[in-house]
Each structure stands twice: as structure tokens, then as C-alpha cells.
Design a protein around this ligand. Structure first.
Ligand code: DP6
Length: 356
């Protein structure tokens, strides 16, 4: 008689928005970056991926993934396959130690994921997506791995995903080994260290981005004349500055470093051939709005940053809520006549990481 038991585990993973950007791979197969990066984890109350992983010997067919109700082709996705293979290998180790455990590795997996935000619009959907996928299967397989150990697996799905396995302020150390065992994410400060931090997301466009990050960063690595200095000299110095700023809760230093790094990343994109344009006129109006806010305040109280798309993320401290959100709305409407939706103010992840 065949056993029809369904084994199941669910989890959620947050979005993270980098303040020091990952852009460039030194090894495309293992997804190893050219430089370290650092991000802030946003609240799961507003932005998250929810994933359920289940397996059963009564399931037929290959492993499958339903993303926002649509089937995804995971058989031909090398990155998803790399994650699934690693997770199965670790489960095999667990099963080898205890023969009474069910042989979950022999069963097909069914994965069901839902994002509560636009997919692939430069809102770090692949980060939350792969982090949730890896964590859900790790829970299903009852793996003993820490978030940092799981970050090694999630990194192979999507680089930025390794930073979504933790809450608060997270560094992804590029590492230097060939096998990537030292290319891991670690939480440098919990959300409780700087709970006044806020993020405002301006959804300029919910369309899919023009140039996907994987392809865009390879074009930059191969053609940008600015890129080598960014990866080898500029980012290492900025990582140190950013960590100091976060430890000291020095917002002006945090803001200056964040904006400079976003600009440096987009300058490298423009310097690539063919050039890559992620920012549009509304993005540039948002940058001007932040500059206006900071000029009025007489110090840096707001910082913009943009990923591989036109959407702006504005970081500020809670005490400057009125100044930032108010001026932002007024200036942007006056400059562009734009009346699109504003993302709500999204505090940092207040759960210190993932839900089980
Ligand atoms: C601009 O993590 O999406 O958001 O590893 O190829 O999947 P792959 O790239 P991905 O790139 C993110 C780039 C970025 C900057 C960042 O999040 O650090």
C-alpha cells in the first residue's frame, strides 16, 4: 500500500533594499559577486513572499512551482535546480543519520508562492522569492541550518536573496574562495538597534523591468570603464563607512553613503554598452525632491536609492516623517504632475527575520 501522507511547511520572507549595491558576478555558475553589499530588511507587514512547500509520494510528475497562481518553468531554471539539489543533499544527510525518518528526498515537491507586491519591477521580488523558497523547503526537510548557512543556498537562486534570510541590517560578504563557501550573508545589527529607521517606497512603475539584473550586470562587468574602480576600490571603502554609520546610528553618514552608492551603480549602468537606463523622469524628480528636503532641513534627513528599475526607496528617521512624506508628495506632484500611488511608509522588519 502506498503512503499518501502530505508533508508541508510554510514561511514568509521579507524584501530587502540594498544601500550598498550588488552589481556584478565573478562566477556566474555559483553566483558569486564582484563586491560585498549591504541592505536593510523591510517590514513583512507590507512586502513579503509567502511560500508553502509540500511533498508526498502520492504526487506525480516533476517538482513544480506556482507563482501568484501561474505555473513557473522550474525544470529549465538552473538556479532553482541548484537550490533544490543542495536542499535535497542536506536532507539526505539528515535521513542517513536517522533511518526512521520519511524519505522526503524521493518525493516530488510542490511549491506555491505569493508576492503581495509587483513581481520583477525592481522591488526585489527575486530576493524575497528565493529566500522564502529555500526557507520553506529547509523547514519541510527539518534541516538544522542557520540563516547564514541557508544564505549560501539562497545566493545560488538569486544573489540578493541571501540577504532576505535575516532581519535588520544585513551584509553579504563577497568572500574570496573559489567554491563560494565564504560568500555569505550576516546580520550586522538587528532592527531593534535602529528602530527609528523608515522606508518609503514610491512605485513609479509596476511593469516588468526592461533589462533583467542578471543580464544587466554582466553587460556592466564586460563593458563599463567605471566598473573596476567601483568593485575594487569604491565599494570596499563604502562598506566600512556604512557599517560605521549603522553602528553609530549616524543618519547623515548613512544617507550620503546610500545616495552615492545608488548613483555610482546607475552611473556604471549608463557607462555600459549598450547603455542601461533604469531611472526615468519620475525617478529623477524623486532625487530632486530628496535634495530639496535635505536643503530645507539644513542636513541630510532623507536618502534615495534605486535598484534595477525606476521605483524609488526613500530612507529617513521616524522623527522626520512629516518633513519627508509631506514635502515629497508636494514637490513631486508640482514637478511632474504625477498622481500615481505612493507606497505607504514601511518600517523595517519588526519581526527580526522570517516567520517559521
Ligand atoms: C540592483 O539579486 O536580482 O537589486 O543574482 O542575478 O539574481 P541575480 O541578481 P539580483 O540583483 C540585484 C541587484 C540590485 C542590487 C542589490 O540588491 O544589491
Amino acid at each position: 500500500m502506498s503512503d499518501s501522507t502530505v508533508y508541508r511547511a510554510s514561511t514568509t520572507a521579507p524584501v530587502n533594499i540594498a544601500v550598498i549595491k550588488y552589481w556584478g558576478k565573478r562566477d556566474t555558475a555559483l553566483n558569486l559577486p564582484t563586491n560585498s553589499s549591504l541592505s536593510v530588511t523591510l517590514s513583512q507587514k507590507s512586502l513579503k513572499t509567502h511560500t508553502t512547500a509540500s511533498c508526498s509520494s502520492s504526487y506525480s510528475g516533476p517538482d513544480s512551482l506556482l507563482l501568484n497562481g501561474e505555473p513557473e518553468d522550474i525544470q529549465s531554471s538552473k538556479r532553482t535546480q541548484a537550490c533544490l539539489q543542495l536542499l535535497r543533499r542536506f536532507r539526505k544527510d539528515v535521513e542517513a543519520k536517522d533511518s526512521s525518518l520519511p524519505k522526503l528526498t524521493d518525493m516530488p515537491l510542490k511549491l506555491v508562492s505569493i508576492n503581495n507586491f509587483p513581481t520583477a519591477a525592481g522591488l526585489a521580488s527575486s530576493a524575497a522569492g528565493f529566500a522564502a523558497l529555500v526557507r520553506a523547503i529547509a523547514n519541510l526537510y527539518e534541516l538544522p541550518h542557520s540563516p547564514t548557512q541557508l544564505s549560501l543556498i539562497a545566493r545560488q537562486g538569486s544573489g540578493s536573496a541571501c540577504r532576505s534570510l535575516m532581519g535588520g541590517y544585513v551584509a553579504w560578504r563577497a568572500g574570496s574562495s573559489k567554491d563560494g563557501q565564504d560568500s555569505i550573508a550576516e546580520e550586522i545589527a538587528p532592527v531593534s538597534h535602529w528602530p527609528e529607521m523608515r522606508a518609503l517606497i514610491l512605485v513609479v512603475s509596476a511593469d516588468k523591468k526592461g533589462v533583467a539584473s542578471t543580464a544587466g550586470m554582466q553587460t556592466t562587468v564586460e563593458t563599463s570603464t567605471l566598473f573596476k574602480a567601483r568593485a575594487e576600490e569604491i565599494v570596499p571603502k563604502r562598506m566600512a563607512l556604512m557599517e560605521e554609520a549603522i553602528q553609530a546610528k549616524d543618519f547623515p553618514k548613512f544617507a550620503e553613503t546610500t545616495m552615492k552608492d545608488s548613483n555610482s551603480f546607475h552611473a556604471c549602468c549608463l557607462d555600459s554598452w549598450p547603455p542601461i537606463h533604469y531611472l526615468n523622469d519620475v525617478s529623477r524628480a524623486a532625487m530632486n525632491a530628496v535634495e530639496t528636503i535635505n536643503r530645507r532641513a539644513g542636513e541630510l534627513v532623507a536618502a534615495y536609492t534605486f535598484d534595477a528599475g525606476p521605483n524609488a526607496v526613500i530612507y529617513y528617521e521616524e522623527k522626520n516623517e512629516k518633513l519627508v512624506a509631506g514635502v515629497f508628495r508636494y514637490v513631486l506632484q508640482a514637478v511632474t504632475g504625477w498622481d500615481g500611488e505612493y507606497g505607504s511608509n514601511i518600517p523595517l522588519n519588526d519581526r527580526g527575520g522570517l516567520e517559521a
